[in-house]
Design a protein around this ligand. Structure first.
Ligand code: ASP
Length: 333
């Protein structure tokens, strides 16, 4: 029988009603009591790593989750991390960069409703996650939620209340789970080679800045001392405004000369950026070697930048790391 480690971090799945509103309260052992059916297909050890609304998750928590998997890696066949849904896509992407090339599955899950309510998605999601983590075909970091398995770098929370909260962006779902059956759409475990690699550092001096019409580029000037990398969520396939006394062009140049990263991404969820299409994108890209996120999710871009900045010694090395595909995160380079 497969041995799974269940790592609890809080979230709605473990929440109860308090005078101040919903907050994580249930311990990991209590979660398990609601999904006893798992005993027919796996054994589970439980670990309470912390108990947070995922709004309060930071880089240090991603490192702790990765460390919990690393410390127990040899003793278990798979891992399930219970997590709040609000920042789950960021955590799954961060874990995809911190734990690479894993032959063992690391599943991130949670729920829109607490597990102790009579009507809830929590029991199905947790049971599906344990089932997936115990499957021989499963590997790497994935979100299991609402009957769908999504690569850890491709998930986005697109619905704030419905049970099908997460979508796989610009990439197919890895699998679907209906009742007890897992149907894989991407069944690629045999393609893995080499060792599992754990990373232990992130650089959190990363900012995501959303353009709005009329935004003044001098905002980049003011933010300059605080960040090593900025992702600018631009419009459509990508471009930066040309108006104003302080131009985006000169600010991008200033950041690039200081060895900082400026990355263009799009605020459109589906289909990605392509800065080469319009003059407003192509000129700045060609002149300053501006990087762009193409088909990646913003969650993946943010966390890959944090990971890449912590590993790379130069912009060239960062560029190479960033454009190397990890857990299906980028196709269109
Ligand atoms: N605020 C909760 C959290 O992210 C929402 C949830 O888990 O669904 O922890």
């Amino acid at each position: 029988m497969k041995k799974i480690l269940l790592i609890a971090t809080g979230g709605t799945i473990a929440s109860g009603y308090t005078e101040e509103g919903l907050a994580p309260q249930l311990a990991v052992e209590e979660l398990l009591r609601y999904v006893k059916e798992y005993e027919t297909f796996c054994s589970v050890d439980a670990c309470q790593l912390f108990s947070l609304d995922s709004t309060n998750i930071e880089g240090e928590h991603w490192l702790k989750m990765a460390a919990a998997v690393e410390e127990n890696y040899d003793a278990f066949d798979g891992f399930v991390i219970c997590h709040g849904t609000d920042t789950m896509a960021f955590s799954a992407a961060a874990l995809s960069y911190l734990i690479q090339n894993s032959r063992k599955p690391i599943v991130v899950t949670g729920a829109q409703k607490p597990i102790d309510l009579p009507v809830t998605d929590a029991r199905t999601n947790l049971l599906d996650s344990l089932r997936f983590a115990a499957d021989d075909r499963a590997h790497g970091v994935n979100i299991v939620f609402g009957g769908v398995v999504i690569a850890g770098t491709r998930a986005k929370k697109e619905r704030s209340k419905s049970y099908n909260a997460f979508s796989s962006i610009n990439y197919p779902s890895i699998a679907v789970i209906r009742e007890e059956r897992i149907t894989f759409y991407i069944d690629d475990k045999e393609k893995l080679s080499g060792e599992t690699v754990f990373y232990h550092k992130l650089n959190e001096r990363v900012l995501l800045l959303k353009l709005i019409p009329g935004m003044d580029a001098s905002v980049l000037n003011r933010l300059f001392p605080f960040y090593d990398g900025v992702i600018i969520e631009s419009f459509g396939v990508g471009g930066f405004p040309e108006y104003g006394e302080v131009s985006f062009f000169s600010e991008v140049e200033r950041w690039a000369k200081a060895g900082k990263i400026v990355m263009a991404a799009t605020q459109v969820t589906h289909e990605g950026s392509d800065m080469a299409i319009y003059r407003v994108g192509r000129l700045i890209k060609e002149n300053f070697g501006l990087m762009e996120a193409y088909d990646m999710t913003l969650e993946a871009v943010v966390t890959k930048m944090m990971w890449g900045l912590a590993q790379a010694q130069s912009i060239e090395e960062f560029r190479e790391l960033f454009y190397t595909t990890v857990n299906h995160d980028i196709l269109f380079v």
